[in-house]
Write a protein that binds this ligand. Sequence first.
Ligand SMILES: [Zn+2]
Length: 318
Amino acid sequence: MPPSPAHVLFLFIDGIGLGPDCSTNPMADLGSHWSLLARHSGWTARTPFVDRARHVFRSVDATLEVDGLPQSGTGQASLFSGVNCAKRAGRHFGPFPHSSSKPVLATHNLFQRVYAATQNATACAFANAYPPVFFKRRARRNRWTVTTLCSRQAEVRLRSAPDVHAGHALPADLVGTAWNEHLNIAIPQQTADAAGRMLYRIMQRYQLTLFEYYETDKAGHGRSHLSIPTILSRLDALLGGILDDFSVTRDLLLICSDHGNLEVPHQKPHTRHPVPLVAYGCGAAAFRSATTLTDVTPALASLFGASASSPMTISPSG
Ligand SMILES: [Zn+2]
């Protein structure tokens, strides 16, 4: 059994696949911290896998054995539950959770699995901050994203502006510009590197901290106001900040995505490419045999003492 890390940071990056190793793929040549995590300058289908006790880099399938283009609703529900929610739905669906995914997320999401394994009611945190408009819209329509639904079902607190001021949460763009300029909400602005150091300090207070970054998927659809190089260099700086004081004997950084998109920027829809899975630090070996999105959460739960092999019993979707 791999050793159990004291602290896990799950950095979920929406819409990055391992695509062709060519000049049109913006992920074929990345900054130094991305490169460190792959032991290679690019994250593509040709990047060699890393399989070490404290470092795994590999691809995982995101098609979930279902035809069509993977979507965020079923992809994220599968990633964060370990249950193939695309098969349950009979198709890829998104960006919000499919009705047949909701019972799964209500009982089997990653936070609940970690709570069950640790018996620690304060084990988990979701480090994204949401502005007031998000809560207003959700309350009106009761339509939650996969990650916010997981949080609500597991009673993991959704964070907001006061948490950003206190250094306990990050805005989605990492640096605070969007809240200040587009939402007219005054929050501290910081570099992506400082955001990474803040995320590292947050993860030190919990056993599992999740952070979701989705500007990558928006950029892949051509809908981000940030350029792809800006997004990738911000993420590189974020990784640098996380790794500054990182202890590979105590901490684990986990990175995964839900489907490809950004790696083929001239094509707006998602792709069927596999997605990267990185586990860096204590317990990384638990992820060495993961081959598909649904392998990630069971491996994560196993690090906290849950049985990775026991099948989850889910009633058939109605
Ligand atoms: Zn998308």
